[in-house]
Write a protein that binds this ligand. Structure first.
Ligand code: NVA
Length: 315
């Protein structure tokens, strides 16, 4: 059976740890291992703006001895010019994996249903699981572990980053706090899924509205843009709603003294985070951005190996 990575809980806690271990090995020695069987092409389809994702997947596939094949979503118009099942079957017959950044999670699920090769979520409206692999790798590097740590995400609790923190953090056995205004609470079904996972891993999930309470004693403080891609028209209105959730020095002082600060970028300085914090000593955002490369190389190598093993002669 072909494995996909459509949301953070598509991997078990053990598999997540295995991918992070491989990412660390590939980071320590970028060309030491080439886990892929041979030259393979990976399609990268970008329906939304991208810098880190396109760069890190292109470089990563090349470093794995494969070839990235970039599809401009604006030209392909998947879902309007051609249906998702048709595109999945056309591209899927020619490449080893499909990496897709798009809007609807349901479209990504349809792509996975018809592609016949692993499909990777490179960000949808609902989840950003590749970013979370990079974030967990970064936290592990700086803190030496994941399980038992408290991560406080402040800002838009209903966006892709909040949802992915819930699922991936719970999978890693972390205590995940989503700190957001009541009307921006994460989706109830995702909170329920994260709670179920956390029960098994020893983690926990809490949704709070008070920023000071939310940041208190945290090991990791995280934020994200207040207006995600596709919500640009709401930027001014959201700036008012989320103003109290800005991560500034005062808020960081509520966290542990050795707390680190993460942001998936792009960052809007003096909206969701002050320059003092994102450019300050507790910020690890450049490690985090680099770790997209290592985490995604590991993910692709892992996914393609799973597919190879399952589709071998004895499968
Ligand atoms: N929540 C943001 C993440 C950007 C990487 C967005 O969807 O625009």
């Amino acid at each position: 059976m072909t494995r996909h990575f459509l949301r953070d809980d598509d991997v078990t806690p053990a598999e997540q740890a295995q991918i992070l271990d491989l990412a660390a090995r590939l980071k320590a020695d970028r060309f030491a291992e080439s886990p892929l069987a041979g030259p393979q092409t990976v399609a990268l389809i970008m329906d939304k703006p991208t810098l880190r994702t396109q760069t890190s997947f292109s470089v990563g596939v090349a470093e794995l001895q494969g070839m990235p094949f970039l599809v401009d979503g604006g030209k392909a118009k998947i879902g309007t010019r051609e249906s998702v099942p048709d595109v999945a079957r056309i591209i899927g017959r020619q490449v080893a994996a499909i990496v897709w950044r798009t809007y609807a999670q349901s479209a990504l699920e349809t792509m996975a249903e018809y592609a016949g090769v692993p499909v990777v979520n490179a960000l949808t409206d609902d989840f950003h699981p590749c970013q979370l692999l990079a974030d967990l790798l970064t936290i592990r590097e700086h803190k030496g572990r994941l399980a038992g740590l408290t991560v406080s995400y402040l800002g838009d609790g209903a966006n892709n980053m909040a949802h992915s923190f819930l699922l991936a953090g719970a999978t890693a056995g972390m205590h995940v706090r989503i700190v957001t205004p009541a009307e921006y609470r994460p989706r109830a079904d995702i909170v329920a899924d994260a709670e179920r996972i956390a029960q098994a891993t020893g983690g926990s999930v809490t949704v709070l509205t008070d920023p000071g309470e939310g940041a208190a004693g945290a090991d990791v403080v995280v934020t994200d843009t207040w207006a995600s891609m596709g919500q640009e028209d709401e930027k001014d209105a959201r700036a008012l709603v989320f103003a109290n959730y800005r991560v500034d020095a005062e808020l960081m002082a509520r966290a542990k003294s050795d707390a680190i600060f993460l942001h998936c970028l792009p960052a809007y300085r003096d909206y969701e985070v002050t320059s003092e914090v994102i450019d300050g000593p507790q910020s690890v955002v450049w490690d985090e951005a680099e770790n997209r490369l290592h985490a995604q190389k590991a993910l692709l190598a892992w996914l393609l190996t799973q597919a190879d093993e399952k589709e071998g002669p004895d499968a």
